[in-house]
Design a protein around this ligand. Structure first.
Ligand SMILES: [Zn+2]
Length: 491
């Protein structure tokens, strides 16, 4: 049995002014053929799960192209066309195959296409005809009817932070195997809800969503049900289909699939009010820390989360910390290659006048002029040790730690979401020692930081990934949709 596999992946934040080009893919994660296996073998990733599952089942993988660009703004149409042509060309030349396993994200948008994955899966379908296509998607996929129609089975993550990527990849490979052998005949039902939720409310480590997932898992073991997916959607894409959707796959029982999907959708809809988030201002967070004996207090700055398209160079909190003379604090991270260059030229142990951050746009705060002490210089590489992507090598680019009063700022060359505590440890900072830790991450950091954090606060700063959905001017999103339109209905 031979299965073609690969990925063209991006989480597109259409509110970001930074366009995503072909260079962001080719200069990001970009692997061809056997390079894919070398990059993902023994990693807790989707494709890592494909590889192990295929080996166990004696299925041969035919890796074509795997590429993923760091989340950012709308993808240039030409970039997608180049990647799609490359993938399809390899698919056509691959010879005899029995199916296709796709490791996709589900929230990619180009200048011309709102539903890129729908377009891509359909294009793959046109090449392989009736062969099974099994697709994995992120928890933040904005799943469309087109995706559901073009794929035989879609499997989304069940966790946010995403700690089950490997398991979902493993499951997908098992299901394509069972489908090819004729052990199952997958029938998938799709429901979309008129509901938009923001990342902190989607976190499956919190009681609301952990209950929801328990119920989803109970559905998956019901007789006749093969797999079920709840996608909470990516709200920072102004497209018609952003938001929550449900997929239920049964073994050949269309009526059961439709019924289960409808029931689960109704269950989610009825709890729509619970998906609210409590945010604090930076000033409130500083005050709170001053009065708290415990440490560390983690401030999640989701609005500048590079994992969702934030520029990662926002300065709102840095400025407030300096003005308030905050002590024993670390900011992870500010991406600013110019500052890294200047600090490296100045050298470790020296002071330098700098203008830090705020260079991408005017939304996330202006550059901050400061006199910084160059404490550490690093090559910026580290190995993930937390539950997300354990074993994978992270690369922040050249990285420096600047000390400004009582604040240590980790300045990186590349945009990187600091969800793994190794980001701090790799530059000599033990997170459990600090009073205040600012993380440009909405939710993923909780996987590694929950055991060490005394407290976690969600901070309300302006940005393209703000948990406050009312701060966006949606133009293309379908209406009515809850909570933007409080009278939205679902039947
Ligand atoms: Zn995600």
């Amino acid at each position: 049995m031979r299965i073609a596999t690969g990925c063209i992946g991006h989480e597109t934040n259409t509110f970001s002014p930074v366009k995503t080009s072909i260079d962001n893919f080719k200069g990001g994660a970009y692997y061809i053929g056997e390079e894919i296996v070398a990059a993902f073998r023994q990693t807790s990733t989707i494709t890592g799960g494909f590889i192990d599952s295929a080996e166990k089942l004696d299925m041969q993988l035919d890796p074509l192209l795997w590429t993923f660009a760091t989340p950012s703004g709308t993808v240039e149409q030409t970039a997608y066309e180049i990647l799609k042509a490359e993938f399809l060309d390899r698919l056509k030349r691959t010879g005899q195959i029995d199916g296709v396993l796709l490791d996709l994200h589900g929230a990619m948008v180009t200048e011309a296409i709102e539903d890129v994955e729908g377009d891509f899966i359909r294009a793959v379908r046109e090449v392989v005809g009736p062969l099974p296509i099994v697709v994995t998607l992120d928890f933040h996929a904005n799943i469309t009817a087109e995706m559901a129609e073009s794929a035989d089975i879609i499997i989304g993550f069940d966790t946010y932070p995403h700690v089950d990527c490997y398991e979902r990849g493993f499951e997908a490979a098992q299901l394509i195997f069972a489908t090819i052998r004729g052990d199952i005949r997958p029938t998938m039902a799709y429901r979309q809800l008129p509901l938009l939720t923001s990342p902190p409310a989607q976190c499956t480590m919190k009681p609301l969503m952990s209950e929801v997932l328990k119920k989803l898992h109970a559905l998956e073991v019901e007789a006749g049900v093969v797999t079920a997916t709840l996608s909470m959607g990516f709200p920072f894409a102004d497209i018609r289909d952003a938001g929550v959707s449900i997929l239920v796959t049964t073994n050949g029982d269309e009526k059961l699939a439709e019924q289960c999907a409808a029931e689960f959708a109704t269950y989610i809809w009825e709890m729509r009010d619970a998906f609210r988030v409590d945010l604090v201002s930076v000033e409130e967070a500083i005050q709170h820390a001053n009065h708290s004996k415990g440490k560390p207090i983690v401030l999640a700055e989701g609005s500048d989360n590079p994992g969702g398209g934030g520029p990662c160079d926002g300065t709102t909190i840095l400025r407030a910390f300096i003005e308030a003379d905050v002590q024993d604090a670390v900011i992870a991270v500010i991406a600013d290659a110019e500052t890294v260059d200047s600090a490296i030229s100045a050298g470790v142990g020296n002071r330098i006048e700098l203008s830090v951050g705020g260079k991408t746009d005017r939304v996330h705060g202006d550059p901050v002029s400061l006199n910084g002490y160059v404490k550490t210089i690093s090559d910026g590489t580290f190995v993930h040790k937390g539950p997300m992507g354990r074993g994978r090598v992270g690369n922040m680019g050249r990285t420096v730690v600047l000390k400004v009063g009582g604040v240590e700022v980790i300045v990186t060359e590349k945009r990187i979401q600091p969800y793994d505590a190794e980001v701090l440890r790799s530059v000599g900072i033990e997170p459990s020692d600090r009073k205040l830790i600012v993380l440009k991450s909405a939710v993923h950091f909780r996987a590694d930081y929950t055991p060490i954090a005394h407290e976690i606060l969600e901070v309300d700063t302006p940005g393209v990934h703000s948990p406050n959905l009312f701060s966006y001017d949606y133009q293309k999103l379908r209406h009515p949709i809850y909570p933007l339109d409080p009278t939205a209905e679902f039947r």
